[in-house]
Write a protein that binds this ligand. Structure first.
Ligand code: ADP
Ligand code: MG
Length: 622
């Protein structure tokens, strides 16, 4: 169109579109779930606004919050429309021409090599998947604050926007028209679309309708030009019906003859069941359904399954339902933005209405790796997000969510046969499930740091979190072990839990600090992560046992009868030595029973920084 305003795509978008349009990726189906997910997001947005301002919904058809799919076989057009929030001209330029989210270029790079588009929705560029199946796309959109506009592009590096003066007015919302490529003809088949919605959009909480054809029998008077009508009938009706017609013929011999013919009519056919999964009884939801729900929630449609989930209802003063998931993998940037750009991944609903997926008041920072949702009947609906954030019920919700989350994580360990090895026999027998084997080690590798951050930050749940801690030790034989297992192996008379910190296990194993402990059969925990030094400043004790850094002052290995004697006989030497080293920041020189072969070691004072901590602080100040 001549009066259309032309724009160029941001370079990044252009590159992405090139890759998509030339993609040999075989799973082109994904475009539909991306469009439906966008439509659903748009409806969520308008419904949220309507909570505090009913006017925004308008009236009549505009209040229908559904998604409609229509096929135009003749012109090879597939269209999807919603009565969501719509887009202003400015929105169209910004949302469908530039990429807002970070990390997208990494995705583009990855896609270029792997060709796997399955994760496209996670990167905030799902819309462009339309070019897997279409060579020309029109987006018609009406936002309350603007006139109706058409965005169009043939994926040739440019798009155009015009004020819409020729299409039917939408009222409000968006219609996406895909002009399908020749080889994408299958998306004009109703059965294909029904299958796709079933497969990928099962958990969309708004009705999805297809303008579907239906063969109906209609009775028409069988008069006049018999012959041509007769022909039509025999083409379209089945033998069975012919038979029934014979019967009718007999009954109605004297009446004016009518006959049945097939006619194609169209009507909106509902494709999904909109009952939200979290409202269902957990006993009736299958593992497969939870997994699929997880995929749709996270837009991660890879084959990975969540490591665990918890679906529960909280009753009492504060009522809510929740589904929590432990993802199979930690996102690359999980800890990068931990302090500054912390973002919770839980979706908040109030009485089935989506409120926000950036509601940080639901979970503490260290649990931001969890995915899922909370739907509360107690929280008020008609208040602003800011008011909601202050609501007193949130504290209760948060407390319960943390409990449930930690229970869920502990369950991964409890059900893992690898973990049960040193525990009760009955646990081993109960966990016959091969799928659960090694799951806790997997969890620990991905999210162990979060548990440690939890121990540091959450004093209330410190002991629960400490139970989840895993580490290697002088007796763990290359495997992970827990504090409970450590305690079960403690020697009689051993009071403290021994640990040592350092760069890696190999170096620590050679440490002179371990000589005597090993010889006497004491187990020592290896802490080799920088965060462990901080961790141990907070984790002072566990099950009434104190932690003792074996490179620090205070190590007691039980009394030796010769101790006193030795101390006496070397009194002069230690005194002299202390005098010599006093200028070197040495506090004391003592006879020790912690060594075996090595003649002497430098020990950190009880409240001083360990050598490892010194190293960490130094590297941080660089
Ligand atoms: P994402 O959905 O992750 O943000 P998309 O590429 O799917 O990324 O969509 C980009 C943006 O385009 C959306 O964030 C939204 O602002 C806008 N958009 C897409 N489809 C619609 C729609 N049907 N109604 C309103 N806005 C839409
Ligand atoms: Mg999207």
């Amino acid at each position: 169109r001549s009066d259309a305003q032309k724009f160029e795509f941001q370079a990044e978008v252009s590159r992405l579109m090139d890759i998509i349009i030339n993609s040999l990726y075989s799973n082109k189906d994904i475009f539909l779930r991306e469009l439906i997910s966008n439509a659903s997001d748009a409806i969520d947005k308008i419904r949220f606004l309507a909570l505090t301002d009913k006017e925004v919904l308008g009236e009549g058809d505009n209040t229908k919050l559904d998604i409609q799919i229509k096929l135009d076989k003749q012109n090879k057009i597939l269209s999807i429309r919603d009565r969501g929030i719509g887009m202003t001209k400015e929105d169209l330029i910004k949302n469908l021409g530039t990429i807002a989210k970070s990390g997208t270029s990494a995705f583009v790079e990855k896609m270029q090599t792997s060709g796997d588009l399955n994760l496209i929705g996670q990167f905030g560029v799902g819309f462009y998947s339309v070019y897997l199946v279409a060579d020309y796309v029109e987006v018609i959109s009406k936002h309350n604050d603007d006139k109706q506009h058409v965005w169009e592009s043939k994926a040739d590096g440019a798009f155009a926007i015009s004020e819409d003066t020729w299409n039917e007015p939408l009222g409000r919302g968006t219609e996406i028209r895909l002009h399908l490529r020749d080889e994408a003809g299958e998306y004009l088949e109703e059965s294909k679309l029904k299958d796709l919605v079933k497969k990928y959009s099962e958990f969309i909480n708004f009705p999805i309708y297809l303008w579907a054809s239906k063969e109906v029998d209609v009775e028409v008077p069988a008069d006049g030009d018999e012959s041509s009508d007769e022909e039509e009938k025999s083409e379209s009706s089945s033998g069975e019906e012919e038979e029934s017609e014979k019967g009718e013929d007999e009954d109605t011999e004297d009446k004016p003859k009518t006959k049945k013919v097939k006619e194609t009519t169209y009507e909106w056919e509902l494709l999904n069941d909109v009952k939200a999964i979290w409202l269902r009884n957990p006993k009736e939801v299958t593992d497969e359904e939870y997994t699929k729900f997880y995929h749709s929630l996270t837009k991660d449609f890879s084959d990975d399954k969540p490591l665990a989930w918890s679906h529960f209802t909280a009753e009492g003063d504060v009522e809510f339902k929740a589904v929590l998931f432990v993802p199979p993998k930690a996102p690359d940037d999980l800890y990068e933005s931990y302090h500054d750009a912390y973002k919770s991944n839980l979706k908040l609903y109030v009485r089935r209405v989506f409120i926000s997926d950036e509601f940080n008041e639901l979970l503490p920072k260290y649990l931001n790796f969890l995915r899922g949702l909370v739907d509360s009947d107690t929280l008020p609906l008609n208040v602003s997000r800011e008011m909601l954030q202050q609501h007193s019920s949130l504290k209760t919700i948060k407390k319960k969510l943390i409990r449930k989350a930690l229970d869920m994580i502990r369950r991964i360990a409890d059900e893992d046969p690898d973990e049960a090895k040193d525990k009760d026999k009955k646990d081993v027998e109960n966990s016959s499930d091969d799928e659960k084997k090694g799951q806790y080690a997997k969890f620990w590798n991905q999210f162990g740091k979060s548990i440690k951050l939890g121990i540091i930050e959450d004093a209330t749940n410190r002991n629960r979190l400490a139970k989840l801690l895993r580490f290697e030790s002088t007796k763990s034989e290359g495997k992970l072990t827990s504090l409970d297992q450590y305690i079960s192996r403690m020697k009689s008379g051993q009071k403290d839990i021994f640990y040592i910190t350092g760069v890696n296990k190999e170096l620590l194993e050679k440490s002179p600090f371990l000589e005597r402990l090993k010889k006497k059969g004491y187990e020592v925990i290896f802490f080799t992560n920088p965060i462990d030094e901080y961790l141990m400043q907070y984790l002072m004790e566990y099950e009434d046992k104190k932690f003792q850094n074996v490179s620090k002052e205070g190590l007691k290995l039980g009394k030796d009868s010769k101790d006193k004697e030795l101390k006496e006989s070397f009194k002069e030497l230690t005194k002299w030595w202390k005098g010599v080293l006093a200028s070197e920041n040495v506090e004391d020189v003592k006879i020790s029973n912690r060594l075996d072969d090595t003649p002497c070691v430098v020990v950190t004072s009880k409240y001083g920084w360990s050598a490892n901590m010194e190293r960490i602080m130094q590297s941080q100040s660089l």
